[in-house]
Design a protein around this ligand. Structure first.
Ligand SMILES: [Zn+2]
Ligand SMILES: [Zn+2]
Length: 309
């Protein structure tokens, strides 16, 4: 007879017996698009979420066309496992040769539905210096982009979406055993990028197991519950949600706040709402970021559809 675990035991149990890392679904962007369309219904930011859904649809079409990218060679994979280095390193990586064709294909697919600022930026794309575009893409991969130029600010989510397609394709070329195991930190063990949010899963990964979801390659890595992902602190962790007139406004999403590093990372729970998606539900709960920001916490999650000047 199976043993039932108490909520406390579930919350503190370690990684599942299988790999602590999960590869993205080959249909990751289609899943996001579907969730974004659902979240857009009656939402104060309905137009933004509906456009994000169209962009995610276009990402899926491109990922289907690309399929999995061939993995790094075995010697490189072995070195990465031995030294705990991400095999698809985003920080120092060269841009894949086909990256601008992915960008142009995404732009063509979404331009009829894009907001005016992005339509103008897409119109300017053919004359935009290639080396500036590449420099911006590399800065986005490193997380230190300067978006003072309005055209670059408008193009950033499209570049972010292109990089997500390319890195998801590369992640799909890996086996879970190619990704270094045993890391619970704030960087994806497959590509080194920060998480968009974290997710408590149900079903195949075991009930109540929490993963951080990569903002770039969509891999997931196991992280302990009630523990700050950026700094690993376990003391004074608190949770904040959005309240509506008739109770919790978005019950599947909470912001986990840490008094040590003042970071806030969202946790979306399939236990509360089986349809949650870390990326989509993050975009739909920006009001929660404002709430925790007012309380003095900074956002630790990175969402590549979301850029500020
Ligand atoms: Zn990653
Ligand atoms: Zn912390």
């Amino acid at each position: 007879m199976p043993t039932l675990l108490s909520p406390e035991e579930i919350a503190t149990q370690g990684a599942p017996d299988a790999s602590p890392n999960r590869l993205p679904s080959p249909h990751v962007f289609a899943g996001r698009a579907e969730r974004l369309r659902k979240l857009a219904e009656g939402h104060a930011m309905a137009d933004f979420l509906a456009f994000a859904a169209r962009l995610a649809d276009a990402q899926q079409t491109l990922l289907d066309r690309l399929g999995p990218t061939a993995p790094p060679d075995e010697a490189q994979l072995r070195r990465c496992r031995q030294h705990g280095m991400p095999p698809l390193d985003a920080h120092g990586a060269q841009l894949p040769a086909d990256w601008t064709s992915v960008l142009h294909d995404l732009a063509t697919a979404v331009v009829p539905h894009a907001p005016a600022g992005l339509q103008n930026a897409i119109a300017a794309l053919p004359d935009f210096p290639q080396e500036r575009l590449a420099a911006l893409a590399r800065a986005i991969l490193r997380g230190d982009e300067d978006l003072s130029n309005p055209i670059e600010l408008a193009l950033a989510p499209l570049i972010g979406a292109s990089l997500q397609v390319l890195w998801a394709s590369r992640a799909l070329g890996l086996a879970t055993s190619d990704i270094p195991a045993g890391f619970e930190g704030g960087q994806c063990p497959a590509c080194g990028a920060p998480p968009v949010a974290s997710i408590v899963r149900i079903g195949d990964a075991g009930h109540g197991v929490r993963y951080a979801t990569c903002s770039l390659c969509a891999c997931e890595w196991h992280v302990t519950r009630i523990k700050c992902v950026p700094c690993q602190n376990t003391r004074g962790i608190a949770y904040q949600g959005l309240e509506g007139a008739a109770g919790p406004a978005h019950p599947g999403v909470k912001a986990e706040t840490c008094p040590e590093c003042q970071a806030s990372l969202k946790i979306v729970s399939m236990e509360t709402d089986p349809a949650v998606d870390a990326f989509a539900d993050d975009l739909a709960t920006l009001a929660l970021d404002m709430l925790v920001d007012e309380a003095g916490f900074h956002r630790a999650g990175r969402n590549l559809f979301l850029f500020l000047p």
